[in-house]
Design a protein around this ligand. Sequence first.
Ligand code: GDP
Ligand code: ZN
Length: 402
Amino acid sequence: MAVMLGTRGFELKRSSRSGRYNGLAIMAKRKQKKTQIRTEFRKNYDQTTRKKDFRDQADETDDTTPDPLSERFKGKRSASKKRTITGVAREEAAGFSVELRDVDADCLSGRVMKVHGLASTVRADDGREFECSTRGLLKSLATDLQNVVVAGDHVVIRPAAESQAVILRVEPRRGVICRTSRKRQQILVANVDQVVILASAAEPTLKPNLIDRYLVSTESTNLRAIVCINKVDLVDPAELQPVVGVWGQMGYQVVLLSVARGWNVDRMRELLVGRDSVLTGQSGVGKSSLLNAIEPGLELKVSPVSDESEKGRHTTTFSQLIPLSGGGHIVDTPGIRQFQLWDVIAEEVAGFFRDIRPYVSDCQFPDCTHTHEQDCAVKAAVAMFKLDVRRYESYCQIQSGE
Ligand code: GDP
Ligand code: ZN
């Protein structure tokens, strides 16, 4: 049977949305209509969908393996402007040979640590840092709001004078985090593996609905989310169980910690080392304290919790990668430290609630908002205690744009 697989089988494989069909299954669908084989196809398909969409995602440590052919790591609304660049590189990734006249043995590959205006700091694979400008052709693709090069990009540079270099090429991106600014998409950072949502059990008070919002946003980017509750020294951890257990059941990894007491700090280090993580959460929950505990050399400023509104303080989108000595980076992005992150439209919200999603297709109306409609499977599930009431309330809040 394998012999019968032509190149088309592979084309199909590559272009399939899930990227996980095997050649056999595709051929089975194209060439044969036998129930048995079709069943096999469906089975594969279902498994893929469930794995991708639902439980266990948090346990998959390599869920974020670079896959330049797949768009699923991009935020749903990742900027189309960037396609021009990735388009070229995608062909390369797919095995087409592209002559890059300018790339030769003097060139180095590296990572963009931060971008400042038209210049950026690139750390080459050998550890040297270069202040880089961008090659003219690439630069011409930039718009007033979008940089062609963003923090986290993998790039090819040509060193010029001492610690100066030119960026020749931007590699395909995965795990992109965008935000909308003046109705336009802006990529804040690229090639991220996971989002660490940090909250505190007290001071500031735990706000489960806020964590749900972060989860919705993270879900929309298809990145792995880890829920971390700090300052558990201030409460009785047993009190947290009812709310925290619900996230755990949905497959999210949940870590209770106390940076002050050193509880579970090693666990956090384990989860962060070797990966590129966006750390997000309200001010005062202990983000700086956590980073200092994990990477003592950092000496980030720890500020006492204040009531003063933080609004408007982080208006810049300046992001930077903080290298961890054990490998990996923490992405510090002022624009997403606060809640104004990836925008999700009302109709999409239910799809980003892992627990609500399975019920949606059983609603009477295809455009059911799961709020006021008759014959709503989501509401029925809440009534039968199959869905957590607090999560449902949280859904209603987010859905209504509150
Ligand atoms: P950030 O704004 O999220 O970076 O939070 P900070 O790291 O500046 O911490 C805010 C405050 O919380 C500081 O006063 C810290 O000392 C305190 N803090 C951090 N972690 C803990 C913890 O585990 N327990 C307690 N009780 N306080 C903590
Ligand atoms: Zn419904």
